[in-house]
Design a protein around this ligand. Sequence first.
Ligand SMILES: [Zn+2]
Length: 477
Amino acid sequence: MPARADRLVTMSETPDSAVRTYIDDHRAAFLDDLVEWLRIPSVSAQPEHAADVRRSAEWLAAKLLETGFPTAEVWPTAGAPAVFADWPADDPQAPTVLVYGHHDVQPAAREDGWTGDPFEPEIREGRLHARGAADDKGQVFFHTLGVRAHLAATGRTSPAVHLKLLIEGEEESGSPNFRALVEQHADRLTADAVIVSDTGMWSADTPTVCTGMRGLAECEITLHGPEQDIHSGSFGGAVPNPATEVARLVAALHDEHARVAIPGFYDGVTELTDRERELFAELPFDEDQWLRTAKSTAIHGEAGHTTLERIWARPTAEVNGIGGGYQGPGSKTIIPSSAMVKLSFRLVAGQDPDHIEKAVRAWAADRVPAGIRYEITFGAATRPCLTPLDDPALQSVVRAMRRAFQQPVRFTREGGSGPAADLQEVLGAPVLFLGISVPSDGWHAPNEKVELDLLLKGAETSAYLWGELGERRHRAD
Ligand SMILES: [Zn+2]
């Protein structure tokens, strides 16, 4: 049939085959470069590697210039430096996209259980083994191959979007200076969308796009009773005991349905839509297997929600530590002078950390009895972020990934929390996640690796994405 023949001709001429050919042809050089970068032990947590983290930033900036970015700069912070790069589109109307990742890595030493030197990358059986291979150098670096493939396949001299990169150097140390860095350079970081390439997908044969991350608020509550430990025989039963009161607070954190019982805690929570719940349920999730990775023997959580809903889309309150009184051998019959608990709250879209802090303070004030003095201190909070399924930029990521993987793309969320939320908040741009790492990649663990096929699929997705996002703008116009 002529219609089919037409389609075949068109398909063979689509940029997709040109992208794949470009990636195949440049795969070896790309891997050589990545291996060179992975040899730099840019461990941000260890002061003896501070010079390596700087060297890693300089290496990346030079490589981005070589890739074609007209601007690539090392941005100092109060801690380790970040790298910024900028490649304007020819079309001034093109949307601006900011890619976020990090060039620092977790500590790694052979004696932690590595089979080889963590900073001497090795390619074995289709995998690249090295600290930072997946988290996050590999996932930053695939964009350099992606943007070159995008240009080669489309005949462009500059990307279809105004492309910016911000690659921080302290992510593995909790990003202590990231917010200040973003605020300081907000005028150069403006973007219509942020692409975070520091996540993964469900599995090698189930490509997924993550649509959100939970936020985090943390506090420590210390209760003080008697001025010093006192005799439980002489005084016990007649004055309040701070350890008992800490236990009461903890016991009052949840109701019998495992919902958080702090008044106002759920204010503003963005509930899952029926469609999102269906999509979560379609993922090939093996709960027994998951329970083994949780090193636990039973499932527990908020009534009315599945495990995936609980870890991705529901807020939580957890006790991270609790203590007080005598903990040595034998007995010591006292009423302790103080007791403490550390709490953390994972937050979902619609929850505001400031509101949570107020709610927790009011809840504690309401519950701590007379005769007990208490302090609550809150650490820095991380906001949640969520992109709705129908967001046009998210749809562009999905289309780009589908073209690369030639499979349907499903959706996940991330239960953890990260600095991406700062970008969303300061820049006011939606945050999208593009990651190709799989759970077996061993982030933060010995023998970290990345699957080469997936790494190259990441480059391919990146190559399609700039066209998809650029085109979206024109369609909207
Ligand atoms: Zn990371």
